[in-house]
Design a protein around this ligand. Structure first.
Ligand SMILES: Cc1cc2nc3c(=O)[nH]c(=O)nc-3n(C[C@H](O)[C@H](O)[C@H](O)COP(=O)(O)OP(=O)(O)OC[C@H]3O[C@@H](n4cnc5c(N)ncnc54)[C@H](O)[C@@H]3O)c2cc1C
Length: 455
């Protein structure tokens, strides 16, 4: 079987690696460096900058507590240089790994004409084709938007802007706000509607009040015009660099109308990642949806397996997601069942009071438990200011199944991935009886789950 894959980001590369592992003939066509948005402009860039941002915030915190006397001279230029150097090394390793797997790597822009793949005037024949062309920044229809930057320009900034106005309300807006405010920039987030809509009120409030203390968040205001000095909004003029973090659009133009697309331009696929065109699959950001690297990888792997005749379906239940700030804000959910909120301040206070539950809620028996974060690595020095984060879990007591979780803690990102897998495997609350933690740990989800295991 001959497979051609267009796009060498997480989805395309996962598809190629899976096919190569199954000893099939694979050609991967990538117009830029392998690794896609994640490695070259997204996750890894944020990761590099955020490590520095966390250090600067920690240093300031320790200084204010009188523990250390540091003077953090900081150069954005040097940080960017270091990030680029590190990305180059990761790119090198990624490309080597791809080639060593036996994948033919073509560095060119692919075109699709009447089902035929062309790149650099050569035709690439295939038995099965996988499209994994990702997405690009959505530029809102605001006059002067060409004066604004996007995530693609972050490593091209010559110096740290004095003032940064971020238009957007999602994860990327939040992460850049944290990074640039820690680096000393005056940061404003301008939200057209609500801020961080995927989070419930208590988690959102925690982010606003504790994790983005240096950022000014303006809600329900709209950008009217952008120029080289700032942005005019419904609430007045904001001077400074303008960063658009207004979402992404799928790179699906190459398929034109040869297959079904959704209203946002995303290529429509079924759970096997099959498009409406025979023998053509699609995966990753080009098919829309959650828009994270692990989901793109999962979809790429599933597309490859199905293309090679191994029937597999994508499972989107309990997908873990995370926001990188001074702490991680990690969350997952299975559905939006009704629930009764049960706020608790200490482990001792954990108890369930069903007296206020409605009839439906009692029938469903879904309750929330909430517990403050533990003192541990990364949170110890924030105990005195009561800023250790928190964890919250909604469970159906009758069945022992978890509905959703959020955890704000230094270790939340990693904990949530393993919790996600356990929940996808069908783990119930009562099975947490057997949980043995490491200590000290900043994971407080297990305490909640152990508590629920008694019911
Ligand atoms: C600022 C930012 C931060 C992010 N942080 C995180 C994070 O912390 N965690 C997380 O899980 N996700 C994060 N994401 C999302 C993540 O980067 C994407 O979900 C992921 O990269 C999608 O993978 P993909 O393979 O579908 O697409 P992409 O990574 O976009 O890859 C698509 C590839 O296709 C290539 N291509 C496109 N058209 C053609 C063509 N015609 N011919 C040849 N090649 C072509 C492109 O050059 C690109 O390399 C972030 C995104 C951004 C923008």
């Amino acid at each position: 079987m001959k497979l051609v894959i267009i796009g060498g980001g997480p989805a395309g590369r996962a598809a190629a690696m899976e096919s190569a592992a199954l000893e099939e003939e694979v050609t991967l066509i990538e117009k830029g460096p392998v690794g896609g948005t994640c490695l070259n402009e997204g996750c890894m860039v944020i990761c590099g900058l955020n490590d520095v941002a966390r250090f600067l915030n920690d240093a300031q915190n320790f200084q204010e507590m009188g523990l250390v006397d540091v003077n953090c001279d900081f150069s954005y230029e040097k940080v960017v240089h270091g990030v680029k150097e590190t990305l180059n090394k990761i790119r090198h390793v990624t490309k080597k790994e791809t080639l060593e797997a036996g994948i033919e790597l073509v560095s060119a822009e692919a075109k699709l004409e009447d089902g035929t793949v062309w790149a650099d005037d050569a035709e690439y024949e295939y038995d099965r084709l996988i499209i994994a062309t990702g997405a690009r920044p959505f530029i809102p229809p605001v006059n002067g938007s060409e004066h604004a930057i996007t995530y693609k320009d972050i490593l091209d900034l010559k110096e740290l802007p004095e003032k940064l106005n971020i238009i957007g309300s999602g994860v990327i807006a939040t992460e850049f706000a944290h990074i640039f405010s820690a680096m000393g920039c005056e940061v404003h987030i301008l939200c057209r509607n609500e801020f961080l809509r995927p989070l419930e009120d208590d988690a959102r409030n925690y982010v606003e009040e504790k994790l983005l203390k240096k950022v000014k968040i303006h809600k329900k205001i709209s950008a009217q015009e952008i120029n080289s000095t700032g942005v005019e909004t419904s609430a007045g003029f904001f001077e400074g660099t303008v960063l658009l973090a207004t979402g992404t659009v799928p790179n699906s133009e190459l398929v034109r109308d040869s297959m079904e697309k959704g209203r946002g331009g995303e290529i429509r696929v079924n759970a096997k990642m099959e498009t409406s065109a025979p023998h053509i699959y699609a995966a990753g950001d080009v098919v829309g949806g959650v828009g994270t690297t692990p989901v793109a990888r999962m979809e790429g792997t599933i597309a490859a397996r199905n293309a090679l005749g191994i029937a597999t379906q994508a499972d989107y239940s309990f997908l873990p997601q995370a926001i990188s700030l001074d702490y991680d804000v990690a969350f997952l959910q299975n559905d939006y069942s009704q629930k009764q909120s049960l706020q608790t301040d200490t482990k001792k206070d954990l108890k369930i009071d069903s007296s206020n539950l409605t009839k439906d809620q009692i029938a469903e028996n879904v309750v929330d438990g909430r517990i403050p974060g533990s003192a541990g690595p990364g949170s110890f020095w924030r105990v005195l200011s009561s800023e250790t984060g928190f964890s919250k879990t909604s469970v159906d007591l009758e069945s022992g199944s978890v509905k959703k979780m959020v955890s704000i803690a230094p270790s939340a990102r990693n904990n949530m991935s393993y919790l996600s897998m356990l929940l996808r495997l069908g783990l119930k609350t009562y099975e947490f009886n057997h949980f043995v933690e490491t200590h000290p740990s900043t994971d407080s989800v297990y305490k909640l789950m152990r508590f629920f295991s008694r019911y």
